[in-house]
Design a protein around this ligand. Structure first.
Ligand code: FE
Length: 454
């Protein structure tokens, strides 16, 4: 059990106080009631919130015992970045080397690259130690894993064979430098080298995205049946599943929906059974009838086949950004999938010697950067002032969302950007808050009303 000393520095204490206050506010507990609930001497809760008394582990345990909240609901994130970034050097990466055996023989060398407590990236540099002489998925030297939860964007360097299994069928794709593949969760896969004399490694950029965190914890409580029932299955009619789910949620009958939407009841029945697909006008009518945005009736589909989406470097789209006369970057698209609209995987060559307006970028996504080639490569970023570092081959960088960053010099970067917990729904909600709401959402240590009255 962590002790009081582990509850963090001043910044963490401030976030703890904000969470404690916002929890007490949600439960409509002014300070004196909070003191009583948590068994604290009168006046203590106010001091915990205003920072004159440290919030300790026993206080959180008392709150999670007295109130209908989980301990994790009271725990803030730990910001492990330095000026909004984390830089992991090639030497640190090499020092994390681990040889992992499969079937009693060395199969992979793993090395960590940058990770942060703020992003769900779990990116590994992996060297293939098993060399094969064919491209047969049934080659007995190939050692398969059982698949894993995390999504995986794999970037290939050298003569690498990629093996994947879907619905019990195993396949092999011979790959070379610059090829990439995106894979769905829990599909077994493996990698080997085709040539022992050439470097053969991958950057296995795994990440949880929307799947880790709260949804997984909620389903762990709801159980397997709920996970099955809640899945929108692509082998069925997706819109019909969404419509049925919304109908149940809103306690509507098909006849009531038909009436609200101004549609023939038989038409609504056909839609609910997935027998027809509605044109845009009908979708708008259904959405209005359900009192939702049309967005809720737009199925999300995947472009993967047999669980993967491959992008060969040879036929990848390539473009320049930042104006024709002084382009800032040459960008090559890597594998991706519409199932993950907020994921961007690109191979980027900086083109400018110094950061100008065209070079500065900013995104709502968490950002992972791995340096594939370096030649005077520098990263500039803004975090309450300009900072700049030189990057070498094998260095990797994590950047928080919204941090302005520019890459200059030459070289080549593998960049993976993923959406965080502030998803589209949350962004819409933030925008619709009453005035001052966004600031209070981030750090509210005030009671939800004034004791003096107003
Ligand atoms: Fe994997």
């Amino acid at each position: 059990m962590p002790d009081a000393d582990m509850l963090g520095d001043h910044a963490v204490q401030m976030r703890l106080a904000a969470l404690l206050r916002s929890t007490a506010n949600d439960l409509k507990r002014p300070d004196e009631y909070a003191d009583t609930d948590l068994g604290l001497p009168p006046g203590t809760f106010a001091r915990l919130i205003n920072g004159t008394e440290p919030i300790t582990w026993p206080v959180l345990v008392a709150a999670a015992t007295a109130w209908p909240v989980n301990l994790r609901d009271l725990l803030p994130l730990q910001d492990d970045t330095d000026r909004d970034v984390r830089i992991f050097r090639a030497a640190e990466s090499a020092a994390s080397s681990r040889i992992l055996d499969r079937a009693g023989r060395p199969y992979y060398e793993y090395r960590d690259t940058v990770m942060s407590r703020l992003g769900s990236f779990r990116p590994e540099w992996i060297r293939m130690l098993c060399t094969v002489a064919d491209n047969e998925p049934g080659n007995p030297a190939v050692q398969w894993n059982r698949g894993h939860l995390l999504y995986q964007l794999t970037y290939v360097v050298g003569p690498v064979n990629y093996y994947y299994s879907w619905d019990g069928t195993r396949r092999c794709i011979p790959m070379r430098t610059g090829d990439s593949v995106f894979g769905l969760p829990y599909a077994p896969h493996s990698f080997t080298s085709r040539d022992a004399d050439e470097p053969a490694y991958i950057l296995a950029l795994t990440y949880g995205g929307d799947l880790t965190g709260d949804p997984q914890r909620e389903l762990a409580v709801l159980g397997e049946q709920a996970a099955h029932d809640l899945a929108y299955h692509p082998d069925g009619h997706l819109l019909a599943q969404q419509l049925t789910s919304l109908l149940h949620a809103k306690l509507l009958s098909p006849a009531e929906l038909a009436d609200r939407a101004g549609l023939d009841p038989r038409r609504v029945e056909a839609l609910l059974f997935g027998k027809v697909s509605p044109p845009p006008t009908e979708l708008a009518q259904l959405a209005a009838g359900l009192r939702v945005n049309v967005r809720e009736l737009m199925p999300v589909t995947s472009a993967t086949t047999q669980g993967i989406s491959v992008q060969f470097a040879a036929d990848a789209r390539r473009w320049r950004t930042g104006g024709d006369d002084a382009a800032a970057y040459e960008v090559t698209e890597l594998a991706g999938d519409p199932l993950h609209p907020h994921t961007t995987a690109v191979d980027v060559r900086p083109l400018l010697p110094e950061p100008n307006d065209a070079a500065w970028t900013r995104t709502y996504q968490h950002q992972y950067v791995y340096v594939l080639e370096a030649d005077g490569t520098r990263m500039s970023w803004d975090s309450g002032g300009r900072h700049q570092v030189e990057l070498q081959v094998g260095d990797s960088v994590y950047l928080k969302p919204q941090v302005p960053v520019a890459f200059t010099g030459n070289g080549r970067l593998l960049i993976l950007r993923i959406g965080g917990a502030v998803r589209a729904d949350v962004r819409f909600a933030l925008g619709h808050m009453a005035s001052g709401g966004q600031d209070r959402y981030v750090r509210d240590t005030q009671l939800w009303y004034s004791n003096e009255g107003k």
